[in-house]
Design a protein around this ligand. Structure first.
Ligand code: ADP
Length: 263
C-alpha cells in the first residue's frame, strides 16, 4: 500500500487530497518472478545449441579433422542445432504474439477437414519414419469453424506432432473433431509412452518436459503445449488430459461458440 498525495500545481505544492492505492504486492511479485524465470530459461535454452554450434565450428576451423565422414557428421550437428534454434525462436515469438494480441484477432471460416489434411501432409515424413498411422474422423465431415486460422493450425500441429513424437513404432494417432450445439470438441489421442500422473499438472508450463533428453533428441522446444494452452485460453476454451504411461495420451479440447451456423 502506498499513499499518493495529489498536488495541485496552482496551489504551489499544497496537498489537496490523498489517494490510497492498494496493490496486491504478492501477485505482482509472483508475476515478476514468472517473467524473470522465463528470461533465465530462454537464455539457457538459446545458449545450449549456440554453445554446441560454436564448439563444432571451432573444431572444424582448427583443421585437425581430416576425414570426410567426421566433418560431415559435425556439419550435420551444426545444421540440426541451427534448426532447433530457429524453432525455438519461432515458438517464443508465437507465444508472445498470442499473449499480447488477445482481442481483435482476425477470424476466418476454417474447413477442419482441409486444415487437418494439410497438417498430416506436413507431418507425413515424420509419421512414416516411425510408421505411425494417422486416423481422422470429423463429424459432420464438412465441419467449419470460425476462429483465427493460424492459431487453430498451430493448435492441431502441436498436438499431432507430439502424438507422433511420443508414440511407439507402428503406433496410431486418432484425431476426432465433432460438433455439439455451437461448441467444437477436439480429441487427439495417441498410443504412445503416456505421461506419468505427477507430471500432468505441470505439462503446460513453458519448457517443462517429462524427459529433457528425449524431448531434445526428438527436436522439441518445450513450448508446444504452453502455446496450445495459451491459444485455448485466448478462445475461452478448455483442455483436459487423459493419459496412462505405456498406453497413450488423449488431449481433449472444447472450443465454445466457434461453430459456423451455415454448417
Ligand atoms: P516438447 O517440445 O518437449 O515436445 P511440449 O510443450 O510440446 O514440448 O510438451 C511438453 C512435454 O510434455 C514433452 O516434453 C513430453 O514430455 C510431454 N508430452 C507432450 N505431449 C505428449 C504426448 N502426446 N505423449 C507423451 N508425452 C507428451
Amino acid at each position: 500500500v502506498y499513499i499518493n498525495p495529489i498536488v495541485n500545481s496552482e496551489l504551489a505544492n499544497k496537498t489537496i487530497g490523498t489517494v490510497i492505492v492498494f496493490n496486491d504486492i504478492t501477485e505482482l511479485k509472483r508475476l515478476e518472478r514468472i517473467r524473470s524465470d522465463f528470461v533465465a530459461n530462454v537464455s539457457h535454452e538459446l545458449r545450449t545449441p549456440l554453445t554446441s554450434i560454436m564448439g563444432f565450428v571451432e573444431t572444424l576451423k582448427e583443421g585437425n579433422i581430416k576425414d570426410e565422414a567426421t566433418t560431415e557428421r559435425f556439419l550435420d550437428i551444426i545444421s540440426l542445432e541451427t534448426e532447433r534454434l530457429t524453432r525455438l525462436i519461432n515458438d517464443i515469438l508465437t507465444l508472445s504474439e498470442i499473449e499480447n494480441v488477445r482481442e481483435d484477432v482476425k477470424k476466418d471460416v476454417i474447413g477442419i477437414k482441409d486444415l487437418i489434411e494439410d497438417i498430416t501432409y506436413i507431418l507425413d515424413s515424420k509419421a512414416k519414419e516411425k510408421n505411425v498411422n494417422i486416423l481422422i474422423k470429423i463429424d459432420p465431415e464438412d465441419l467449419k469453424i470460425i476462429a483465427n486460422r493460424d492459431r487453430i493450425h498451430q493448435l492441431f500441429i502441436n498436438l499431432i506432432d507430439n502424438g507422433i513424437k511420443y508414440n511407439k513404432e507402428n503406433g496410431t494417432v486418432i484425431i476426432n473433431v465433432w460438433k455439439e450445439k455451437c461448441n467444437i470438441n477436439i480429441s487427439v489421442k495417441d498410443t504412445g509412452i503416456g505421461i506419468p500422473r505427477e507430471h500432468i499438472p505441470r505439462i503446460f508450463e513453458r519448457f517443462y518436459r517429462v524427459d529433457k533428453g528425449r524431448s531434445r533428441k526428438l527436436g522439441g522446444t518445450g513450448l508446444g503445449l504452453a502455446i496450445v494452452k495459451h491459444i485455448i485460453e485466448s478462445m475461452n476454451g478448455d483442455i483436459v488430459i487423459n493419459s496412462e504411461p505405456g498406453v497413450g495420451t488423449e488431449f481433449l479440447i472444447t472450443l465454445n461458440g466457434v461453430c459456423d451456423n451455415l454448417t
